[in-house]
Design a protein around this ligand. Structure first.
Ligand code: ATP
Ligand code: MG
Length: 504
């Protein structure tokens, strides 16, 4: 089976590649109803974890749940061993993720309408991460799919996949003059925007911008704040289960909101807090700043367009479930005019684009970018200070499937131990320092002094300067998923160590 799997913060969607068609896979619940997504939810039932539709059913019966666990991946300190508590059950984050992906696999195989070929047990998938995902986020996502038995052919950036879906669906909107598309992807937990240049079947991501921690969940929270203020309820006094139920009520009401609505009616009576009606004006006042944040985050992309920023643009393509809030297209149309299109499948666009990527039938190609900065802190002024040395910048193109790009640097080591502190960030400021979403992605100690090489740990070794250090090569190999492997070698002795950044 060839699948595009969009592991979302709130919803996981799967699209299949089936003889030139890319249908979104439907999943059956226990009542025989078909759903076009699996909720990205885990619940604990009698000490056991259940996922997806089963987890939502369990939550309705009062089981403890964790939603939006993908958001944990975006945290700068994320680690696969990090414990996650679901009621009385505690599991490492990597096991939770793998458990969820296994549940997705089983649902596709046994409880879905996915087109199946006889005698084809292979599960081949293209998966995605937010465009600004840092190394650990990429690593943990990829690992979960591999451990769950998927042959992962590609890991794309979510908005890049949506860009493929756009040209598949709207090829007529592109012309020789208007060759660019801005993909605006507002999901449950993340916002990404990418500027894609399209030339026939060839897609090139010119740049991308985003907010790793802003999405539909925040709009739910904004609505909840309005409701709590009106009810004079103190958030801190409510239990986690009650808050979860109230937030879910807000999410459902938000999703039903039409462009004409004047009020949002919320029913909190099951939680003992009666009914409350929030005016749409009050909700919009709380939500508009969130949309403004997305517009501000997109600003650097518009700078990529020469002259009249919109002259080359065929469309601003709205995808992601949260772009369904009428306020979002309204504010975008105020900013960009008529060329704002909403995907007919806003929540399925990424999964469909991934299915297009995994199939060989359409012949689309994609050239993407690293989209963040990777660098290492090096000592300067004989150890009196640190300098940030950029290894890959956001514009660095990623290699095509099956290939890699390596850059290397050579120098004579000046210390007994090399201490490499790798950091990813949005950009480097005028003073050369990393800024914006600064995330440590690796802290490596390398024994330049051969006498230290059989020590199990170098943590307690005092770093000393030396004039007798070996000639060293650092090499950085970047793969199509944007993961970077570091190899440090003592060239004279051929002694080498390798690390994957973000692997913990
Ligand atoms: N009609 C609607 N109006 C407003 N919001 C909606 C609507 N339908 C869905 N949403 C919101 O869209 C969000 C989910 O969107 P989507 O499925 O694209 O996100 P995701 O893929 O789970 O998250 P991410 O891409 O950030 O990881 C939720 O916050 C949901 O409440
Ligand atoms: Mg998404």
């Amino acid at each position: 089976m060839l699948l595009g799997i969009d592991l979302g913060t709130t919803r996981t969607l799967v699209a299949a590649a089936d003889r030139g068609n890319f249908p979104v896979v439907g999943f059956l619940d226990d009542d025989g109803e078909l759903h076009e997504h699996l909720p990205s939810v885990v619940a604990a039932v009698d000490g056991r974890l259940v996922y997806g539709l089963d987890a939502v059913a369990a939550a309705r019966d009062g089981a403890p749940v964790v939603r939006s666990f993908k958001r944990l991946l975006a945290s700068p300190a994320v680690h696969g061993d990090q414990p996650v508590r679901i009621g009385d059950v505690e599991v490492p984050l990597s096991s939770l993720l793998t458990g969820f992906v296994v549940a997705v696999r089983d649902a596709v195989l046994h409880k879905s309408n996915a087109p199946r070929k006889k005698n084809d047990p292979a599960l081949t998938a293209a998966v995605a991460v937010p465009a600004h995902a840092h190394a650990a986020q990429r690593f943990l996502t990829l690992e979960a799919f591999k451990r769950a038995g998927f042959d992962v052919k590609a890991m794309l950036h979510e908005p890049s996949a949506a860009g493929l879906e756009y040209t598949h669906r709207q090829p007529q909107s592109l012309s020789s003059k208007r060759t660019r598309v801005i993909v605006y992807d507002l999901g449950g937990g993340t916002f990404d925007a990418s500027l894609v240049r399209v030339d026939g079947f060839h897609h090139e991501v010119v740049g991308s911008a985003g907010l790793n921690q802003l999405g539909g969940d925040d709009f739910d929270d904004a609505l909840l704040s309005c409701a709590l203020a009106q009810k004079k309820l103190d958030r801190a006094a409510l239990s986690a289960t009650t808050l979860d139920a109230l937030r879910e009520a807000c999410r459902a009401a938000k999703e039903r909101l039409t462009a004409q609505a004047k009020k949002v009616a919320l029913d909190f009576s099951e939680q003992g807090h009666g009914e409350v009606s929030v005016t749409v004006d009050a909700f919009h006042a709380a939500a508009a700043p969130l949309v403004e944040q997305t517009l501000a985050a997109m600003q650097p992309l518009l700078g990529e367009l020469d002259g009249d920023p919109m002259a080359d643009v065929a469309g601003v393509y709205l995808v992601g479930g949260a772009s369904g809030l009428p306020l979002v297209p309204r504010l975008l149309k105020e900013r960009f005019g008529r060329r704002v299109f909403r995907s007919p499948y806003p929540a399925g666009s990424t999964a469909i684009g991934l299915a297009i990527a995994v199939s060989n039938e359409v012949g689309f190609t994609l050239k993407d970018r690293f989209s963040r900065c990777l660098g290492v802190f090096r000592e300067r002024d004989a150890g009196r200070g640190l300098r940030f040395d950029t290894i890959f910048d956001p514009k660095r193109t990623l290699p095509p499937t099956g290939e890699s790009i390596t850059v290397a640097r050579r120098y004579r080591a000046r210390h007994n131990v090399g201490h490499f502190r790798y950091v990813e960030c949005s950009r480097v400021d005028g003073a050369g320092d990393p800024v914006g979403d600064v995330v440590p992605v690796g802290d490596i100690l390398f024994p330049f002094d051969a006498a230290l090489r059989d020590q199990t740990s170098l943590v307690d070794v005092t770093v000393q300067r030396t004039d007798a250090g070996p000639e060293v090569e650092e090499s950085y190999r970047i793969d199509p998923a944007g993961l970077v492997a570091v190899t440090i070698t003592d060239l004279a002795r051929g002694y080498t160590r390798a690390y994957t950044l973000g692997s913990g």
